[in-house]
Design a protein around this ligand. Structure first.
Ligand code: C5P
Length: 249
């Protein structure tokens, strides 16, 4: 399995806050998640800012609608990979989310639209991951089975992976194999506050359970020094991946 990576969730109010954070972390963080808050306020202005800095953008809009509407939205997301000016070093859109509760037809339409539009525009196809069950939901006896079912559906429908909590990561990894991506929010360093997340884990636990991408928002953006908080998590990730590779978790 490839090395786990940090995704910083840019859940902020203003472009100026985001710009300061992106610039302060430019040499440390590779992947930034733009969610509904920022994208609703700033649209492609925020994604293009990141792309023009060579950053990978995870656009987390959790599409859930009729298949045709989701396919059209995915097409628009792929369009964000096209550089507005020819001479710019511009990173293609890296990853996007759809909601697995939308069902097979919707998920297949999303996967197909991404493939077709990327080919038509001559850009790399973004990865598509399916949201399973939100990590802020309380877990009940059926959660694991529901998440696994949705992960299977995501794979059958041509998605690259799922968003799931650390509590389901090991099960998904075991059942769906090494190539299926697992993106895990609800990451909390041992000393951080839980906020509204219920199913949380440390970076180390998430990696050991099989997660490929760790989504972290408030523990970094609300830290006294976001830079130090991010660097600390990146170190935890590095140490854990290294000891896992040397068979020494
Ligand atoms: O601030 P915090 O680290 O809790 O941020 C978690 C991020 O992950 C948020 O942007 C949230 O939208 C996202 N997320 C989540 N649960 C999911 C999918 C995404 O918490 N199942």
């Amino acid at each position: 399995m490839s090395k786990a990576q940090l995704i910083l969730a840019l859940d902020l109010e203003t472009f100026e806050e985001a710009r300061l954070l992106i610039d302060a972390l430019a040499d440390a963080v590779e992947i930034f998640k733009v969610g509904s808050q920022m994208f609703t306020a700033y649209g492609p202005f925020i994604t293009r800012y990141l792309q023009s800095k060579g950053k990978k953008v995870f656009l987390d809009l959790k599409f859930h609608d009729i298949p045709n509407t989701v396919a059209s939205a995915v097409k628009s997301v792929v369009g964000l990979s096209v550089s507005p000016t020819k001479d710019l070093d511009f990173a293609p859109l890296f990853m996007l989310t759809v909601h697995t509760a939308g069902g097979k037809e919707m998920l297949e339409a999303a996967a197909k639209a991404a493939q077709t539009q990327a080919k038509a525009l001559g850009v790399a196809r973004p990865l598509i991951v399916g949201v399973t069950v939100l990590t802020s939901d309380v877990q009940d006896a059926g959660t694991q089975e529901r998440v696994l079912q949705r992960a299977r559906l995501a794979r059958e429908s041509g998605l690259d992976g799922v968003v799931a909590s650390v509590e389901e990561a090991a099960l998904i990894r075991r059942e769906l194999g090494q190539d299926f991506l697992i993106v895990t929010p609800g990451i909390r360093p041992a000393d951080a506050s839980l906020n509204d997340q219920k199913r949380v884990a440390t970076p180390q636990a998430a990696i050991l359970q099989g997660s490929n991408f760790l989504v972290v928002g408030r523990p970094i953006i609300q830290a006294a020094s976001p830079r130090e908080a991010a660097i600390k998590i990146l170190e935890d990730i590095k140490i854990t991946c290294h000891s896992r590779e040397s068979g020494n978790p």
